[in-house]
Design a binder for this molecule. Sequence first.
Ligand code: ATP
Length: 450
Amino acid sequence: MAKQKPGPMQTIVSLCKRRGFVYPASEIYGGIGNTYDYGPLGVELLRRVKDAWWNRTVTAREDVVGLDSAIIQNPQTWVTSGHVGGFSDPMVDCKLCKSRFRADKLEDAKCPEKPSKRPGECAGELTEPREFNLMFKTNLGAVESSSSVAYLRPETAQGIFLNFKNVLESSRLKPPFGIAQIGKSFRNEITPGNFVFRTREFEQAEMEFFVPPAEEAQWYDFWRTERFNWYTELGIRSEKLRMREHEASELAHYSTATADIEYEYPFGWGELEGVACRTDFDLKRHSEASGTDLVYFDPQTKEHYTPYVIEPAGGINRMALTFLIDAYEEEQLEKDTRAVLRFHPEIAPITCAVFPLVKKEGMPEKAKEIEASLRRARMSTFYDEKAAIGKRYRRQDEVGTPYCVTVDGDTLADDVVTVRERDSMAQEKVKVSELQTYLFEKMGSWSRPS
Ligand code: ATP
């Protein structure tokens, strides 16, 4: 039988495992359904994504500050926010094979017993949908009782609302201002899947932007555009992205308007990030339930009001997956095909690889010296002296390294290295003394070849 070409998702999954981006978790024990660990390159990719998000959302702005709140909060938090009562997905069971599916995603689901079939397509009858709460429960302290029940947070946002007053009083900000947070969230998803797209443990990047109620529409516009542009400026192809406004029937109970930034994944269009108008729902509810006044007093206008909230909320792992999928290309060359990840240099796990052309004549020593100087400049580097130079270039193309620096005879004679660019494969001679400036300039002016 002819060897079948793997589908685009399988290609990404196998590249991730082979090159150290993502491994199945607990693999030596047979795994633990749809849970993943990030390897050396994956962890660098996640860090780049988080840094890019933080730099853009917090560091570059004078009106947003950061927070790192606890994963386990007072359980009343989740009663007040509505998660205990209503954070659920509708679930159906197959009466024949006992598999469980999300009732609202049946069209995307595959039966684990008969992967060629959709639920209900076999002889198995499905039960009526019933609600399944997605929060993970745990117990605090040594006694397991109903009074010790606590929850792992299903979103980072509530930790921000609980600290609204603390931040306001300690930071001297006034609306409009935002509080941003990156951290782990946990959801006992009925059907995790599509690799790291939907998992039960994941990292979120959320920002609650508190505004005077009259400015809600203007800031909703602003954050939708800002978040969309962040993706395209980091190299995601705009034709693969779209903004989808929620229908009134889809809106969460706290929201008056929500838009999803969607990406066209190999398995279809899916939510990458949501931007929601959360009104004053959360602050008012926490105010009432806790007895702590979360109203803002504007000393200039002498007005008291509960700010409205605009929330951009994305998943770091889903963003990283999207950058991977979007960057991946198989380029047809004269003699063969090369696999290349066209990461933006800000996102690439390795910025610059350094090679000696051959393993002799003092080239390895010189290459290591150059690599060390780039490391000191906080550039992420990789040293490789094994295999033919062409092969080494290809290995770096496949993990998305934008620049390779080769030390050759010219380096020893004239202190000149060869810089090879990933996208064009063009090579240029650069003086060692000018290498750092050259690379930083290249990184700053990068654009994706069309
Ligand atoms: P979905 O409809 O896909 O279940 P959601 O609308 O419940 O997602 P939000 O609560 O808006 O998601 O969460 C914000 C972001 O967090 C999502 O846009 C996504 O990027 C990420 N996210 C949510 N659930 C998961 C998950 N199970 N695994 C990975 N990322 C997730």
